[in-house]
Design a protein around this ligand. Sequence first.
Ligand SMILES: Nc1ncnc2c1ncn2[C@@H]1O[C@H](COP(=O)(O)OP(=O)(O)OP(=O)(O)O)[C@@H](O)[C@H]1O
Length: 870
Amino acid sequence: MANLSPMMQQYFEIKKQNPNTILFFRLGDFYEMFYEDAKLASKELELTLTGRDCGQEERAPMCGVPFHSYESYVARLVAKGYKVAICEQMEDPALAKGLVKRDIIRVITPGTVLESSMLDEARNNFICSLCIEGTDAGICFADISTGALHATALSGGDLTEQIKNELSRFSPREILVNQNTLELKELPKFIRERLSASLELLDDTEFEPHNCSSMVLEQFHSKSLGDLNLSDKTGIVQSIGALLSYLKRTQRVGIERINGIDLYTGAQFMHLDLSARRNLELLETMRNKEKRGSLLWVLDKTRTAMGKRLIRSWIEQPLLSPVQINRRLNAVEELAGDAILRDAIAEQLTGIHDLERLMSRIVYGSANGRELRSLSSAVMRLPALKTLLQSVKSNLLTEIEQQIDLLEDVYQMVDRAIVEEPPFSIREGGMIQPGYNAELDLLKGDMSDGRGIIAQIEAQEREKTGIPKLKVGYNRVFGYYIEISNSYKDQAPPEYIRKQTLTNCERFITPELKELEGKILGAHEKSVQLEFQLFDAVRNNVAAQLTRVQSTADAIARLDVLTSFAQVSAVQHYVRPIVNLDGKIILKESRHPVVEILLDAPFVPNDVTLDRDENRVAIITGPNMAGKSTYMRQTALIVIMAQIGCFVPASYAEIGITDSIFTRVGASDDLASGQSTFMVEMSEVADIIKNATNKSLLILDEIGRGTSTFDGMSIARAVLEYVANKQLLGAKALFATHYHELTELEELVDGVKNYNIAVKKRGDDITFLRRIVRGGADDSFGIEVAKLAGVPNKIVNRAKQVLAELESGQQVSMPKRRGHKEEAQEDLQLMITPPNETDIMDRLKKLDVNTLTPIECMNTLFELATLAKG
Ligand SMILES: Nc1ncnc2c1ncn2[C@@H]1O[C@H](COP(=O)(O)OP(=O)(O)OP(=O)(O)O)[C@@H](O)[C@H]1O
């Protein structure tokens, strides 16, 4: 450290306190990174690594980013899980002249992002704190960009499973944990690999109950934990306390925007594990991770950022209480039935900015004049919205109407003080309305008087010297000056003091000009400073109304989501579900909400009958491509839609409250974790069996297909028997399988019914009817589907031959090989060549429309058209 420059000494001091943090050191118009930080940042951000003098022989490795665009660089680092500390220059009179002190003003971590350019407006950005003590745990989730804080206690049973479930519900970006959490080996793995969240181990002292409870009481201005409903909830208090001290340490200011706790219990919501959320494509598609193609994509017609975030959390947290569900359904019904009201509400919502995040920036002290204006323009829409809701009848809409605070005082505060189009910067003036503050008006008057006098001086000097093009100008280096072009420079009077010689002109100053300049600049400086103080006062006054704005924002978000549900329900012809507690799921003419929109061909509706008695388990057989998965997923999605309070795609729907939905669908390899397809399948089955209850709905698609036929079939049968058995589980289940042998269970196991998805077979060709009918399918039609998919006749015929031999118990004969290399090549060519036009024309000619229903006919034509398109 000897000879190290003062700046580098500061760097090392700060780094010592924050070892796992990349320091962004402010130097003029740049943020610079040094030593290891520089090497890392240059690699991650593809920046050029250079060197900076550091007082020692070897220059310090350094790279830098411009101040005005630093957010995008920080965003990239934070997205990769790094922490970044912003170190600014601080005023410190104790320091010797010429020395500047730098200190951290904020640490940005994956869970504490506030900058709007780094946040997705449609998603919450949660930071979680988890405290495990023995068999109990307290867990909380905060979004500091909105001020939301949710917390719950977990205890007994399979704690790891419960924690995983809560983490899946909120998908936090960063998770603070105590040492005990690391003992549960499965959790860190789940956090890093499945949630892709960053894990931060805090010192156990941070979870110390006494300190945590003081932190909590101070934060929520309470005298006792009882006032906060937190007595006997030590785990929750510990998790919130540790979270608050972490936020204080990293954010320094603005934590007061977390001003309430939403205490919830997992029992309020349907249990949906990470697999079910992903398999059912609730928020994004499995393959491309896109919103298009998900349930959210269909239901989200929200107009505000607050609504966009809330609709996600409603979809992720279906309710269990019929009363709560019906409250939402009543509101949706009212709005769905009144297109004029719905459109008028949607129009008003469209202009409402993100009140929650604006308020956060206002409270944090980083909002500028434009953001205050955005807040007031949003508030301006509230009276019209409230008036629209005046005549509503449903309880929930009435409650929302009452919760909307017109915030007239907030509007007045901003409108009186801030000009309509303030600049982005809050340090250069130009923000405050004339007439708002007398002193400011006087200063501005002085400035404009001064500028008037300057104009007079220019005229007066022109006359005095007889130089027509004499100009008075201003620059930052030597202030006001008189400029005379070269052709007149000899006429400059002797009292002019020469300051600068340019190619075409000379610049001079005079004592009179300097005196005036002092006055003008002094007034300017004072006015800019006063404007900032006035602006800051308005911002603080608005910040003091945090609770009122947050409550109104909550009402707006709920109204937005309900209007969105109503809009989709009306346009897509959904029906109001009848929710019941007797476990019946009866659907008439139900559709898949996403597939029906994406499909070019008409969607074939189907019925569903599930209950706790005769119809507990439906075994669904039928060819590949027939529509088994679609049917099972649509049933699960409809149950979820009903329990979030939305209408459903069917002509009639009874929904028995379902406490959890489990899915086992498709092959989701988990190669990253070193598990094979079959291993993943079996661990999912194990999870389902462990966690399902008799009020659960199970979607089991081709269990056992990942191993040999006999092993697979045996596992499938054993699972099915277990699920159906009332003494063991007795859950409702949809069970798709190609093991036709399983259909005999209808006769053997209580509550099992066979269904199949009908196809029509004529000759070698099959037509998918997409209709579900009672009874098992007698064939898999795998070979026919292979033919339909374009597998060459040569292979199709050979497959038929093998099948026939297998079915008749013969040994499979070897095909006659011609043995030529060219023929092998030809075979290969055939395998990759799709059906040609002649095949398709052939099928088209053979199509006998008189034997088909209109839908069958359309489906066949649609399939042929798809094949023809290739
Ligand atoms: N009810 C329906 N109406 C119209 N088209 C449908 C219907 N159900 C399914 N489809 C269409 O059929 C395609 C195949 O459906 P799905 O994947 O559900 O078949 P599957 O029987 O599960 O096939 P596999 O056994 O090969 O997994 C879907 O992508 C969809 O385009």
